[in-house]
Design a protein around this ligand. Structure first.
Ligand code: ADE
Ligand code: ZN
Length: 337
């Protein structure tokens, strides 16, 4: 008899919500700080890890940006992306759609080309080494201005063929999606899809706004949709994927306990919810997140298989590739075609 924990590990999974800067482990922060002569506020990697206690999204973002400040050269971005691919290869992950935040780096004088080319070469090496496919998503920081996002988009344009979509992240409260309506119109004109963090700390109305004003085809987090039952119905009916990050939500105090998280409720309401890590160096990796949900939300075999299928269905893979993975999952859990 196969255990549910064994099944969670064995099921092919896609990770659709992970920030590359959030995969930077404290040990690598210290290694890069030494390499570049950066002085850190913490004496050791252990002390840094112990500071990972957050009251809300902002308290996390402050430390996240500070840590990312040690990424300076193309090869740093290469190693960051490759280390993430090495990690997920052990967790049954076969497809990833990571975000990166260009503005964190360009504001410190790092060239956009070094960021993008470093990340691309790390992902390509990871793909060659492990057979993991990927689609890359640069994201705008929403606490910055529309003009900053516009400028960043101009810098990203020469690389657009390497991106599947453009996202929107960082401090949600007080920064509604509509603030970036014009820049995302340009994103779509350039042939790129739109995804947006919405309904993490911000209200359910931000989810509607991201769909209506930005034409987001996938919502990152989106968990506060539970406050608007009509929205839940609409998300289910339109099959707009939500890239949910349950452990992140607990660590950032969006919900008190994992047993109170709405993942299962949304899954059973027919919403295309997927399970993701968000920032694995801070909150735990993808498999750890799956195992915690399995235990605290009493997920069954059907739930696990549906979550795995949702992760591919909600991805930017072609319909043919999605079908290949979905059939593989069905075969693994013994569903006949
Ligand atoms: N950037 C990294 N993690 C994030 C999160 N959980 N919400 C918004 N922006 C982020
Ligand atoms: Zn996120």
């Amino acid at each position: 008899m196969r255990s549910l924990e064994g099944l969670a590990g064995a099921l092919p999974k896609a990770e659709l919500h992970v920030h590359l800067e959030g995969t930077l482990e404290p040990e690598m922060v210290f290694f890069l700080a030494k390499k570049h002569g950066v002085k850190l506020r913490f004496p050791t990697a252990t002390a840094l890890r112990q500071a990972y206690r957050f009251q809300d999204l902002q308290s996390f973002l402050d430390l996240y940006e500070e840590g990312a400040g040690v990424l300076r050269e193309k090869e740093d971005f290469h190693h960051l992306a490759l280390a993430y691919m090495d990690r997920i290869a052990r967790e049954g992950v076969w497809h990833v759609e990571p975000f990166f935040d260009p503005q964190i780096h360009t504001a410190r004088g790092v060239g956009i080309g070094d960021v993008v080319e470093g990340v691309l070469s790390g992902l390509r090496e990871g793909e060659k080494k492990h057979g993991i496919s990927w689609r890359l998503i640069p994201s705008f920081l929403r606490h910055l201005t529309e003009a900053d996002a516009m400028r960043t988009f101009q810098e990203l344009l020469p690389y657009r063929k390497h991106f599947a979509a453009v996202g929107l992240d960082s401090s949600e409260k007080g920064n509604p999606p509509g603030k970036f309506e014009r820049v995302f119109a340009q994103v779509r004109e350039a042939g790129l899809k739109v995804v947006a963090h919405a309904g993490e700390e911000g209200p359910a109305t931000y989810i509607r706004e991201a769909i209506e004003k930005l034409k987001a085809v996938r919502i990152d987090h989106g968990v506060r949709c539970v406050e608007d039952p009509d929205l839940v119905k609409e998300l289910a009916q339109k099959q707009i994927p939500l890239t949910v990050c349950p452990l992140s939500n607990i660590k950032l105090c969006v919900f008190k306990k994992l047993s109170e998280h709405p993942l299962k409720e949304l899954l059973h309401a027919g919403v295309n919810v997927t399970v993701n890590s968000d920032d694995p160096a801070f909150f735990g990796g993808l498999l750890e997140t799956w195992l915690a949900c399995l235990k605290e939300l009493s997920l069954g075999e059907t739930d696990l298989a549906q979550l795995a299928k949702n992760s591919f269905a909600g991805s930017f893979l072609s319909d043919e590739e999605k079908m290949k993975w979905i059939q593989k999952i069905d075969r693994l859990v013994g569903v006949s075609a």
